[in-house]
Design a binder for this molecule. Structure first.
Ligand code: ASP
Length: 280
């Protein structure tokens, strides 16, 4: 059993030491909780659980504490992929819910599995997801000062390998911040989140770059074709270089390889497989 999570990027210049430590501590606590949960749950249930905990922590740009789009609204995107069934589900630009990953989980059992905007909201309300305003005072003042035009804040994600050998991946984001309303993030696409029974990958970074690099699906395909997880990630990151792609990934393969990498400083991450490893 293994689990790895990320809390996206932070820019050194814009992030004080206290915030950096708080993020690292939060990731270490959440990854250990996720591992304990994994001992009695599937990989699929565990990635939803871990991603919900990350969404509930306002240090991260997902769920509560998400960044605000240029019209002053928060629109959340999240997706989930079950490596065993190869089913993918997601929500794009969903407003006013607490845990978009839970809505994505609900969609996994439907024929129509990726919903956006008003349709996603109607689905959420019809399935008992209540009104929740994810805007925090901190994000509101950043928005007002237009500070985060220069900053990249962290999306969250999780990949887990359970006792049965099944893999799953989940990713959740508030987007880039200040984007054109209803811009589509990579996080609810197969470029940002992908899993089969060979490997699972969750991405963070600039969504447009991640989509251009078809990153998560490409890495998993390479592992399926015989690459090690590290070689698959490294080659796929080489292919981001011609356009200076800004991305980071966490992943696990069915063989139990666990890996993370990023093209720009610094993505925060943590993994647990009986012992803790983390960004420091
Ligand atoms: N990938 C996310 C997006 O472009 C943002 C992030 O990972 O920080 O919406």
């Amino acid at each position: 059993m293994k689990v790895i999570i990320h809390g996206g990027f932070f820019s050194e210049s814009a992030t004080n030491q206290e915030t950096k430590k708080a993020k690292q501590d939060a990731l270490a606590e959440i990854v250990e909780k996720a591992y304990r949960f994994l001992t009695s749950h599937t990989a699929l249930e565990t990635v939803v659980y871990a991603t919900s905990l990350l969404e509930n922590n306002e240090l991260f740009n997902a769920g509560i504490g998400s960044q605000i789009q240029s019209d002053g609204k928060v629109r959340l995107s999240a997706s989930l992929m079950d490596g065993k069934t190869q089913k993918f589900s997601g929500v794009i630009n969903l407003e006013d819910v607490k845990n978009p990953i839970a809505v994505a989980q609900k969609l996994l059992n439907y024929d129509d599995r990726v919903l956006s905007g008003e349709g996603a909201l109607a689905f959420a309300r019809n399935n008992g997801f209540e009104y929740f305003n994810p805007i925090t005072a901190q994000r509101q003042s950043e928005y007002e000062a237009k500070l985060n035009q220069q900053e990249r804040k962290g999306t969250v994600g999780c990949v887990a390998l359970d006792a049965e050998g099944n893999l799953a991946a989940a990713t959740s984001t508030g987007g880039k911040g200040f984007e054109i309303p209803c811009r589509v993030s990579d996080s609810a696409t197969v470029a940002g989140n992908f899993a089969t029974d060979f490997a699972g990958i969750s991405c963070t970074g600039v969504g447009e770059d991640i989509v251009s690099g078809a990153l998560a699906a490409k890495i998993v395909t390479r592992v399926t074709d015989g690459f090690t997880l590290k070689a698959a990630c490294d080659k796929s990151f080489e292919e981001l270089k011609p356009f200076d792609g800004f991305a980071g990934v966490v992943g696990i393969s069915a063989k139990g390889e666990i890996y993370h990498c990023y093209s720009h400083p610094y993505m925060v991450w943590a993994s647990f497989d009986g012992s803790l490893q983390a960004f420091n």
